[in-house]
Design a protein around this ligand. Structure first.
Ligand SMILES: [Fe+2]
Ligand SMILES: [Fe+2]
Length: 138
């Protein structure tokens, strides 16, 4: 894979992190109901980690000679608590898939420093999927 394509994919990952941040801010603010207290507590630390993920991606894009995007994708508004967290789970699943690919691509492209930088994103996204799954009883 050429570097331009790889940067393009990282910028798509970055847009998804922006989406993640926007979603979590809305969903945590509107979450109601005692039955969702556990999931709200589990999810709250995700928000700061998404900010770190976005920052890491932007730094790696710059390191590779690209320009980190400022484009925030359209984010669906969801105020029903269960559906909101299900939407978050869906997004985390997509991101996990993408980070698995990205980690492999970075390793294959002979970019071990980039792969190392992406490792926490992969691991924490795995945790986010697990947190949401167990909190939603899935
Ligand atoms: Fe993230
Ligand atoms: Fe996440």
């Amino acid at each position: 894979m050429d570097q331009t394509k790889f940067i393009e994919l990282l910028n798509e990952d970055l847009e998804m992190e922006y989406r993640s941040i926007v979603q979590y801010i809305q969903h945590l603010a509107v979450a109601t109901g005692a039955e969702f207290q556990a999931v709200t507590e589990a999810v709250r630390p995700h928000l700061n980690q998404e900010l770190e993920h976005a920052t890491t991606l932007a730094e790696q894009i710059d390191f590779l000679g690209g320009v980190p995007t400022t484009a925030v994708p359209d984010v669906p508004s969801e105020t029903d608590t269960r559906r909101a967290f299900e939407l978050d789970l869906e997004l985390e699943h997509q991101q996990l898939e993408r980070y698995r690919e990205r980690f492999e691509q970075a390793s294959e492209a002979g970019l071990p420093d980039v792969a190392e930088a992406l490792r926490p994103l992969l691991e924490q996204t795995q945790d986010h999927v697990r947190d949401l799954q167990s909190a939603l009883g899935k």
